[in-house]
Structure formats: C-alpha cells, structure tokens
Design a protein around this ligand. Structure first.
Ligand code: TRP
Ligand code: SF4
Length: 328
C-alpha cells in the first residue's frame, strides 16, 4: 500500500459557514478525505490578526465551525480535525520562521495591501497582521503537507510559504517539502443579492439556517428585474433564483422552469417556493447531523481533543527536527 499524500487546510472562525463555503471548500474537503491524509484545522490565532479587540465570540465561532464541518461530512475517523491554538508548536515555529522572513516579502503581499485598504476601519498596523503569512507558513510546513486546498485568494500566501520553506532548508538543511496550492473551484452560486456570498453583505444562506429561515431568505431574492408583473414573460438567464435551481433542483424541473418562465406560465413566487423546498431538502442531511452533534456536545469536545492529540504528535516530531537542524 502506498502512503496517502498529506494535505492541510484551515479556516478562520469568523462566523457561521454558508452555501458559498460549502460549495467552495467543504464539499471538496469531504471528497479529499477518501484520497488523502487530511489535516483540517480552525485558525483561531489567525482570527486575532484582524479581530484582536473583540475576542468575545471567537470561542463560540470555533465550536460552531467544528459543528458546521462535522455536519457537512468531515469525519474524525478519516481526517485530523483540530484547533490551531491547541497546538503551541505552531507558535514556536512561527517565531522561528519570523527570524528568517524578510519584511519586504510580507509588505509586498497583495492580500496584505488589499486588506489594509478594505478594512480601513480597523487598526491593522500591527506586527501580527503583517506576519499573518508567516503563521500560515508555520501551519502548513509543520505537517509537511504536500498540498493545500485553498481558494485563489490564498495563492500569494502559499507562495510565501514556499519561499520561507526554501529559505529554512537553505539555511539549516532540508527539513521541509515545498507545499503546492490545490485550487478549489469558485462556488457555483452567489449571495441572495447576486453579489459574492458573504456574511458581511448580509446575503448568505447558512448551513445552520432552519427551513423557515431559508424560505424567508429565498422569498426575498431578486429575480429577473425586467419581470415586473406576473403576466410578463421572464428571462431565467438573468435570474439568480434560476442559478440556484441549476444547483439544487433536478434537471427536469430546471428544463420546465426554463420554458414556463419564458412564457409567464410560472410566477416567481411559485418558482421560489419550489427552489426553497429543493434547497431545504439538499441541506436536510446536514441539518440532521448538526442536530445530532448539538445534542451531543461532549462528542464535539472530544473530537477536538482527539484531533489535537493527533496533530500534536506530528508537530512535536517536526519541532524536534527543526531544533536539531538549527542546533538549538
Ligand atoms: N488564511 C486562510 C484563509 O483566510 C486560513 C488559513 C490559516 C489557512 N492557516 C492556513 C489556510 C493554512 C490553509 C493553510 O482562508
Ligand atoms: Fe426567475 Fe423563476 Fe421568476 Fe423566472 S419564474 S424570473 S426563473 S424566479
């Protein structure tokens, strides 16, 4: 038997996960569990880099994120699921890597420059925020991951990780493989307002939404803006509800709506109801698993504990090698 290749990825616990996270990342992770030795972790220290002032919700977000993960099908039997701050070794490796990382590499990181502009309401002139990619590099190379499944926005961070790994190896000897980004597809659906689905736009449908919530959100979705009256023919091609149908309804219904909308045989209210029902049905298994884990919160705590143990074993070995290579 050949050893499975190892992959690793993480998410910052900044709030509940939505359909965009499901199709953009989680579904992909769930599949990868069959093929790879997977390490998935909740990057709570990374959440501090921009939200250090108000830390009151982080712990709750961490717990809920693990619930979201388990409900979506990540399995502690198949993968190592853990929380970053449970593994002190990440902080040690971060410190060491910070010694060898030239500041200009971080200053020219496009994500850093973007965020400074976008989050201008926050004071991000901190050492930790600049060092975000160094902590991320520590997360990744700690486990000698071969691949990192991420969205395209994370590519600069993986590139910096490779540069840091190379520099470590050059200075102290070959310890770390250079990881590669495994690009996850961009989610097939947009937010209810047709912008990118995001908590901050208030346009997200969450995995933890109950059927009533989902129906209410769908009923408020914008349809074909040209279709003012029920008797007006519609154009599914410009309608966000139709995009959702393509993902959540069967192909016969999609074909039927495509025809009947164009000749005003179906109204938007009815069309949305059908879509909401199908979406609710697709999310049913996720809701069921969540209810199970919510009723057994000890189980979730134990999964976090056991995952932490497994991750720590690997991290300890790596840090032994690091200290030996550096003669400290
Ligand atoms: N920066 C990542 C994000 O915002 C989260 C993250 C932290 C991460 N450490 C990581 C992703 C290591 C992959 C590997 O999405
Ligand atoms: Fe969109 Fe359906 Fe209304 Fe057509 S009937 S415009 S597809 S919501």
């Amino acid at each position: 038997m050949t050893e499975k290749k190892r992959i690793l990825s993480g998410m910052r616990p900044t709030g509940p996960l939505h359909l965009g996270n499901l199709h953009g990342a989680l579904e992909n992770w769930v599949k990868m569990q069959e093929e790879y030795d997977c390490f998935f972790f909740i990057a709570d220290w990374h959440a501090l880099t921009s939200d250090y002032e108000d830390t009151s919700r982080i712990l709750q977000y961490v717990k809920n994120m693990m619930l979201d993960w388990l409900s979506a099908g990540l399995s502690p039997e198949k993968s190592t699921l853990f929380v970053q701050s449970d593994i002190m070794e990440h902080a040690e490796l971060f410190l060491i890597l910070s010694m060898i990382t030239p500041v200009p590499w971080l200053e020219r990181n496009p994500t850093y420059k973007d965020q400074l502009v976008q989050l201008s309401s926050k004071d991000l002139s901190t050492f930790g925020f600049l060092g975000y990619p160094v902590l991320q590099a520590a997360d990744i190379i700690m486990y000698k991951a071969y691949g990192v499944p991420v969205g395209v926005d994370q590519v600069p961070h993986i590139e910096i990780t490779r540069e840091i790994a190379r520099r470590f190896n050059y200075l102290y000897g070959e310890v770390f493989p250079e990881p590669q980004a495994i690009l996850t597809q961009t989610p097939k659906i947009l937010g209810t307002d047709r912008r990118k689905m995001s908590k901050s736009y208030d346009n997200a449908i969450y995995l933890s939404d109950n059927p009533e919530n989902i129906s209410a959100k769908v009923s408020r979705m914008i349809t074909d803006p040209q279709r003012a009256r029920r008797s007006d023919p519609g154009n599914p091609e410009v309608c966000n509800v139709f995009e959702y149908h393509k993902v959540y309804s069967d192909s016969e219904s999609v074909a039927q709506i495509n025809e009947t909308c164009r000749v005003a045989q179906i109204g938007c209210v009815e069309c949305k109801k059908i879509m909401a029902q199908n979406l609710i049905k697709v999310l049913e298994p996720i809701r069921e698993k969540r209810a199970y884990y919510e009723a057994n919160s000890d189980l979730v705590n134990d999964i976090i504990l056991q995952g932490g143990k497994k991750a720590r074993e690997v991290a300890r070995l790596t840090m032994k090698e690091v200290r030996a290579a550096m003669k400290i």
